[in-house]
Design a protein around this ligand. Structure first.
Ligand code: HEC
Length: 148
């Protein structure tokens, strides 16, 4: 009977690199698996509607909205995002009429840049670029049917 320990000496170096490679492989698989689980658990935003997709400014606005606003204002702007349940005042339903702080470009830019007076609606003036601010203003006004 030959057991693995009785391998010819010239095969020993190969056996010695074996465990290192094995652990590398296992670690690699675990990282890949963890990544796959993480990404499958994230709820992907729905694809933008065609009229948004065909307008580069609206597309930028859509991406900003899905990143920064959806948690409070919800996918459709109904003020029903997952964070809406824990904010001291309700995020606005952006489909309501009329808008509390005005729905013209200037007023919307102002509330998004400076935030709401109670400090629940965050100020985005420092975290978004001027182009992104312009795009998010256009997107929310479009979403709410303020731009025909
Ligand atoms: C932490 C939750 C939260 C996030 C994130 C948030 N908002 Fe708000 N938003 C609010 C709340 C709360 C109000 C209501 C403020 C008030 O009534 O004073 C509001 C109000 C508004 C209004 C004013 C609506 C009106 O009736 O005049 C606009 C426009 C708006 N948000 C857009 C956005 C946009 C665009 C983003 C992303 C860039 C965003 N919000 C992110 C909570 C949030």
């Amino acid at each position: 009977m030959t057991s693995p320990q009785q391998n010819p000496p010239q095969e020993l170096p190969l056996n010695e690199v074996g465990p290192g490679r094995y652990f590398f492989f296992v670690t690699f698989c675990m990282v890949v698996l963890a990544g796959m689980i993480f990404f499958s658990l994230r709820i992907p935003p729905p694809p933008p509607p065609p009229e948004v997709k065909s307008d580069p400014v609206l597309t930028t606005g859509y991406n900003v909205y899905m990143r920064q606003c959806v948690a409070c204002h919800g996918l459709q702007g109904l003020g029903d995002g997952p964070r809406a349940f824990s904010t001291p005042i309700k995020p606005r339903n952006l489909r309501d009429e009329p808008w509390k702080y005005g729905d013209d470009e200037e007023s919307v830019l102002k509330i998004i840049t400076q935030g709401g007076p109670q400090g629940v609606m965050p100020a985005f003036g420092n975290s978004l670029s001027p182009q992104e601010l312009k795009a998010i203003v256009k997107y929310v006004r479009h979403m709410a049917g303020k731009i025909k």
